[in-house]
Design a protein around this ligand. Structure first.
Ligand code: BDR
Ligand code: CA
Length: 312
């Protein structure tokens, strides 16, 4: 059993990632930490508590984290996730409250207790960066960070940048460049892992409280995406990162150099990943530091996700 801490900003796909982690018998979701991102920290924290209440797992501690990025002005994604951050479904009122301890300290203490913690950051990387900077020795207790963020291709908030990295580029840079095992699960991969309306019908037919909420959330998410980004199903970005922890090998990755652009005018928040091995050809060699996901076994992902929902 692996210890997993999910750092999140729920968020429709964050909710799916949490439900996937909670359903797995291969990971123990030891803590949930929240960060401002898709919505304000008040809303993302409340939403994390509501998702755990829905899953009847209020035993999992929720720790509230950073309410603003390190350097840039805050951006949120209400246009995708709605005013509440989880629009489109009737989630229960929170049956649990955040613990007193801050998310940053919770990351460090959960890692120390585990000795081999997996961290799944699926929001802006503010909490994780502060934990790494404030307590550098935490890396000794982290087995692996599998983050949803960045892209090797087109962005979704600017042509260059993906939302989680764009929302706190300086924090993301700290995480990519830390001395820790990092896997980047970017839009180039998560856009392949889509659920369509047939999948939603199958989920709705499971006819439980949890699956009805999931079907409602996915319907909202599908509507938003079809109106703007995607025509052929909706990507469940954050669940892809958790799926790699639950089912390692579901991703194809390449170990290479990756970092974040923090000074570009049009490229602020772009992940720069050397997937073509340019650094090998030229003298300005940058050492590999990140497992960059290049592909995902989409069928296995969808099956893992649907099987997880059947447990509720
Ligand atoms: C990421 O941005 C957020 O809106 C989603 O929850 C996901 O973590 C996708 O770019
Ligand atoms: Ca997210």
């Amino acid at each position: 059993m692996k210890d997993l801490l999910v750092d999140c900003d729920p968020g429709h796909d964050d909710a799916m990632a949490l439900l996937l982690a909670l359903a797995s018998d291969r990971v123990d979701l030891t803590a949930v930490t929240t960060v401002a991102g898709n919505q304000t920290i008040e809303k993302t924290t409340r939403n994390a508590c509501r998702v755990l209440t829905l899953a009847d797992r209020t035993d999992v501690p929720v720790a509230r984290g950073m309410g603003a990025p390190l350097v840039r002005d805050q951006v949120t994604a209400g246009w995708v996730h709605g005013e509440s951050g989880l629009d489109g479904a009737d989630l229960p009122e929170p049956g649990t409250e955040p613990i007193e301890r801050h998310a940053v300290e919770t990351i460090v203490e959960t890692a120390a207790e585990s000795g081999a913690l997996h961290i799944g950051p699926v929001g802006p990387l503010t909490n994780v960066a502060v934990a790494l900077r404030k307590h550098p020795d935490v890396v000794d207790d982290i087995e692996r960070i599998v983050l949803m963020g960045g892209t090797t291709g087109d962005g979704n908030v600017t042509p260059a940048a993906e939302f989680n990295v764009f929302a706190d580029p300086e924090a993301a840079k700290v995480v990519f460049e830390a001395d820790v095992d990092v896997t980047m699960v970017g839009l180039n991969v998560t856009r392949k892992a889509r659920l369509d309306r047939d999948h939603v019908t199958r989920i709705r037919e499971l006819n439980t409280e949890v699956t009805t909420v999931v079907a409602d959330l996915l319907t909202y998410f599908l509507d938003v995406h079809e109106a703007s980004f995607e025509r052929d199903g909706v990507p469940i970005h954050d669940a892809c990162a958790v799926a790699e922890v639950v089912d390692p090998g579901i991703l194809d990755t390449e170990y290479t150099f990756a970092t974040v652009e923090t000074r570009g005018e049009s490229t602020y928040g772009r992940t720069v990943a050397d997937v073509r091995g340019v650094n090998d050809e030229w003298p300005n060699v940058e050492a590999p530091n990140t497992h960059v996901a290049l592909d995902i076994d989409t069928e296995a992902f969808v099956e893992t996700f649907l099987e997880a929902l059947e447990t509720y």
